[in-house]
Design a protein around this ligand. Structure first.
Ligand SMILES: C[S@@+](CC[C@H](N)C(=O)[O-])C[C@H]1O[C@@H](n2cnc3c(N)ncnc32)[C@H](O)[C@@H]1O
Length: 250
């Protein structure tokens, strides 16, 4: 089953290109190192059930299962991502504790509630944030925790170049304080909304310095470098931002 994501931003060729920059099994800033730092905030304990929303190729799911002994279910709306995730899950012998499903989180109905919902740089694709947060709430046990990172925007007007970038990718970006309000309105408690743009810039600069030039032809490498530099410039100007959000259900 293919959709606009499979045919556009997440073709197999694009996934492999971005994986070469982010690191094996990751399509998000900082790859494994960021997943290690963010999952450490969840106080995971063996046997817990975690839902990874927009799990991509499964890097975070594999890490959480291996490091913490939790059961992870990943859902993703790209069948290309899910195909990689299932293949890599078998290779890593993790099929007993990690499972994947192709689907849209907006229509997901959990068979049992989860202790944690985790998501990395996915919600930028989802325009109905109120419905999204309502669904995530229904996925969690009482007291369950939500943690996600996401691209965000600044308060000011967007430059034509940034507006074109958002439009071309069909993103829906919010400010960090908008996200805090959305989480409050959705009924989450203990909401923490952090602007992590400085960390984002450091990660991007590291990735730009370490682009694996031997993996790409000259035009692809130049395109990637250009796109990373653009993100760094927009983040330094404050119009593109990165947020880390934590919240619980009552
Ligand atoms: C930037 S990638 C991040 C992948 C993964 N979280 C990671 O850290 O490597 C965004 C992912 O969100 C998925 N996605 C977008 N909209 C979705 C939706 N409505 N439901 C589930 N997944 C979605 C995409 O298919 C893609 O795999």
């Amino acid at each position: 089953m293919s959709n606009a994501l499979d045919l556009g931003q997440y073709t197999k060729a694009e996934i492999e290109k971005y994986e070469a920059v982010y690191g094996r099994n990751f399509i998000s800033p900082g790859g494994l190192a960021t997943a290690q730092a963010f999952t450490a905030l969840l106080q995971l304990q063996a046997g817990m059930r975690v839902l990874d929303v927009g799990c991509g190729m499964g890097g975070s799911a594999f890490y959480m299962a291996q490091q913490y002994g939790v059961y992870v279910h990943g859902i993703d709306l790209s069948s290309n991502m899910i195909a990689y995730a299932q293949e890599r899950c078998c290779e890593a012998n993790l099929t007993g504790c990690v499972s994947f499903e192709y689907g849209d989180i907006l229509t997901f109905k959990p068979s049992q509630p989860y202790d944690c919902v985790y998501s990395r740089d996915v919600f930028l694709h989802i325009h109905d944030k109120a419905l999204l947060l309502h669904v995530l709430k229904t996925c969690l046990k009482p007291g369950g925790r939500l943690l996600f990172s996401d691209y965000a925007c600044g308060d000011g007007p967007k430059s034509p170049a940034f507006a074109a970038y958002i439009h071309q990718r069909n993103y829906d970006l919010h400010t960090v304080s908008d996200y805090r309000r959305l989480l409050d309105v959705a009924g989450f408690v203990k909401v923490v909304a952090e602007d992590r743009t400085a960390q984002f810039i450091q990660i991007l600069e590291h990735e730009l310095r370490n682009m694996p030039s031997d993996r790409f032809d000259a035009a692809t490498l130049a395109g990637l470098r250009h796109s990373w530099q653009d993100k760094i410039d927009r983040a330094c100007q404050g119009e593109q931002r990165w947020g880390l959000f934590q919240a619980s259900v009552p």
